[in-house]
Design a protein around this ligand. Structure first.
Ligand SMILES: Cc1cc2nc3c(=O)[nH]c(=O)nc-3n(C[C@H](O)[C@H](O)[C@H](O)COP(=O)(O)OP(=O)(O)OC[C@H]3O[C@@H](n4cnc5c(N)ncnc54)[C@H](O)[C@@H]3O)c2cc1C
Ligand code: FES
Length: 413
């Protein structure tokens, strides 16, 4: 055969081989992705009873809860309630009228405050605070400051019934892992009550061994959902509810049913009220120092560390040991898009704070590794995480709000 006839045959063969390689790669990738999703769904739903598991499968079709890409919705505010002196609830529906998807009890939304009056676009997270299957969403926001830049101030003062707000989610890996035979203990301080409310409502519908709710409040003026919890204590005898007030009104005694107590609850108050610590799941939400103390107390009483889950509303401080290690090993950060090369100051709690100080624009929404807003590409080097990211990252992506450089790095920001 002459080389004139062999050449087209060889070209055809090469094309077929290339096609086979490409299709087998994508088949392998799809297959692996599918297996990974199935495995995650199986892990996440093994603790749910069949009804909720079926609902989850329908809602999220092929994607697992933490892996699905969070969607933006334009929502309309249809109701605003005052819950306490500094907390307002906002009820959100889809602007076009379609029902909003259900969420897992404990998850949160990312809210966008659009660019206005010279203020930049900002993002903040707010936990969903009502039943997870209503078709509407409710967030309950504490007014954090009177500063014009404050997003909670904007919600309290500039947003009302009829306004539209862009939100992304629901998302987050802090949610109720519901097993019928487990005891559920919900522990909150202040505005940390919000993600625990949907969890509480869910436990009332399911056949848990028991549910307890300990809520710490400052005083009677700062008791968001106090009335709801008081009513629940009377209407649902299966729920053990204790509300603790740091400052009790003068001349008033705690309720005879012990629903309202004076002072601050401790780990031993919680442990003493539980019969079987090994069969108990704890969910904590409140300030970081309070969480650390309570968690240590619970572990000391015999609670399993893996059964204690918690949500943080503010960025955490890095452990002193990490700061000392970084001081001993200085490193540089190259922000490639901004064309800035600087030494990383070990006093910065995380890479995001350092980027902001260096005037490198990176958006943020939670500063706790929960929302993914700050995700950027790491082009060179390594980082160390101060907190485990709750957000599913793509290859080479990092969350600057919860990491510090581990040696010299180049970042795509
Ligand atoms: C997962 C999650 C759920 C939350 N759920 C609730 C809830 O249900 N109810 C509620 O009231 N609050 C909740 N928060 C806190 C909320 O997201 C805001 O941090 C809070 O409202 C204060 O925002 P602000 O703009 O009013 O703060 P400001 O008073 O303006 O600022 C407070 C501090 O936050 C810093 N900050 C700046 N940008 C950010 C950012 N992007 N993220 C965080 N801090 C920033 C500021 O530098 C300042 O030091 C939640 C936070 C997280 C992470
Ligand atoms: S700001 Fe939310 S993950 Fe970093």
């Amino acid at each position: 055969m002459s080389h004139w006839t062999i050449a087209p045959i060889m070209l055809l063969a090469a094309a077929i081989v290339t096609l086979l390689i490409i299709s087998s790669r994508s088949w392998l990738r799809n297959g692996l992705q599918k297996r990974r999703m199935e495995r995650t769904i199986a892990i996440q739903t093994q603790c749910w009873d069949s009804e909720i598991s079926a609902a989850l499968q329908q809602t999220y079709i092929n994607l697992s809860v933490t892996e699905r890409s969070a969607e933006w919705f334009t929502t309309k505010i249809v109701r605003v309630d005052h819950e306490s002196a500094d907390v307002k609830s906002f009820y959100l529906v889809e602007a076009s009228g379609s029902p909003l998807p259900r969420f897992l009890p404990g998850q949160h939304l990312l809210i966008e405050r659009p660019l206005s009056d010279g203020l930049p676009t900002e993002f903040r997270c707010y936990s969903l605070s009502d039943d997870c299957q209503q078709g509407y969403w409710r967030i309950s926001v504490k007014k954090n400051s009177a500063s014009v830049a404050s997003v909670s101030r904007w919600l309290h003062e500039d947003i009302d019934v009829g306004d539209t707000v862009r939100v992304r989610g629901p998302t987050g890996s802090f949610y109720l892992h519901s097993c019928a035979q487990r005891h559920i203990v919900l522990l909150s301080a202040g505005i940390g009550v919000t993600p625990l409310l949907p969890m509480f409502l869910e436990t009332l519908k399911r056949s848990h061994a028991s549910v307890s709710f300990f809520a710490q409040f400052r005083d009677v003026d700062h008791m968001p959902f106090g009335e709801f919890l008081l009513n629940a204590a009377h209407n649902f005898p299966k729920a053990r509810i204790q509300m603790w007030l740091s400052e009790f009104p003068r001349g008033v005694k705690g309720s005879s049913t012990n629903v309202i107590q004076e002072g601050k609850y401790t780990g031993s108050d919680v442990c003493n009220s539980i019969e079987d610590l090994h069969q108990t799941d704890f969910y904590l939400c409140g300030p970081e120092a309070w969480q650390i103390k309570l968690k240590n107390d619970l572990i000391e009483c015999g609670a399993g560390e893996k059964n204690i889950r918690f949500e943080l509303f503010q960025e955490s401080q890095p452990p002193a040991q990490l700061v000392a290690e970084r001081q001993a090993a200085p490193c540089s950060v190259h922000f490639r898009q901004s064309n800035k090369l600087t030494d990383f100051a070990s006093t910065y709690p995380n890479l995001l704070g350092f980027a902001m100080e260096s005037h490198v624009p990176i958006n943020s929404g939670c500063r706790t590794g929960a929302c993914g807003t700050c995700a950027v590409k790491l082009l060179l080097g390594k980082v160390r995480y101060i907190r485990k990211p709750q957000f599913q990252l793509k290859t080479n992506e990092i969350l600057p709000c919860v990491c510090v450089p581990d040696g010299n790095i180049v970042v795509d920001a």
